[in-house]
Design a binder for this molecule. Structure first.
Ligand SMILES: Nc1ncnc2c1ncn2[C@@H]1O[C@H](COP(=O)(O)OP(=O)(O)O)[C@@H](O)[C@H]1O
Ligand SMILES: [Mg+2]
Length: 168
């Protein structure tokens, strides 16, 4: 059983139409996707801001997982960035179409979620291995408790992915 441990920013839910099987959510017109945000920072070689973005990403994914939420489609297009004053910004999670909610802690699901993020991140933003390491570091730190099994699963699926590449 999960308890809400910490909030995850998302667009507000406005209306649920059970007849049309539709949900209506807030449209955030003051945001850009994290993909665009990172691409912009990469082209400006703005390393401090890139590190901050990676840290925020790791933290928000840890928050999802601490609440038992497996996003299922973690890509940098599925986070919006709202920039504030100075260098402040907020990450907002979107696109919950493939999301599942765990009823009990399942490190395997979390490891696979991180693997999806890793593959998506490194293919969308080439040569960012060092930056992605910061995402995982921030995740581990923000998750707090035991993420050993989650990372073991991440290693396992990475290895499987690599074997598939060598064979195929
Ligand atoms: N609430 C929102 N406010 C502003 N833009 C949004 C919002 N939801 C989605 N978008 C934009 O639409 C794109 C696609 O939405 P998304 O929910 O990720 O659907 P999918 O990836 O399944 O097509 C996002 O990458 C983002 O650019
Ligand atoms: Mg999407």
């Amino acid at each position: 059983m999960y308890f809400i441990k910490t909030c995850v920013p998302t667009p507000s839910l406005l209306y649920v139409d059970q007849i049309k099987n539709s949900i209506y959510i807030e449209y955030l017109d003051d945001c850009v996707t994290l993909k665009e945000w990172i691409d912009r920072l990469l082209s400006n070689k703005d390393e401090p801001s890139l590190d901050e973005a990676a840290k925020a990403l790791g933290e928000v994914v840890a928050k999802l997982h601490l609440n038992g939420i497996i996003h299922g489609d973690l890509t940098t297009s599925n986070f919006l960035v709202r920039a504030g004053q100075m260098n402040e910004f907020q990450l907002i999670v979107i696109d919950f179409g493939l999301t599942t909610i765990e009823s009990a802690n399942n490190p395997e699901d979390k490891g696979v979620d991180l693997y999806v993020l890793e593959r998506a991140f490194l293919s969308t933003h080439p040569n960012t291995e060092q930056l992605f390491k910061l995402v995982l570091k921030a995740y581990k730190h923000a998750y707090g408790g035991n993420s050993k099994d989650t990372f073991a699963k991440l290693d396992e699926v990475r290895l499987r992915g690599r074997k598939r590449t060598m064979v195929g």
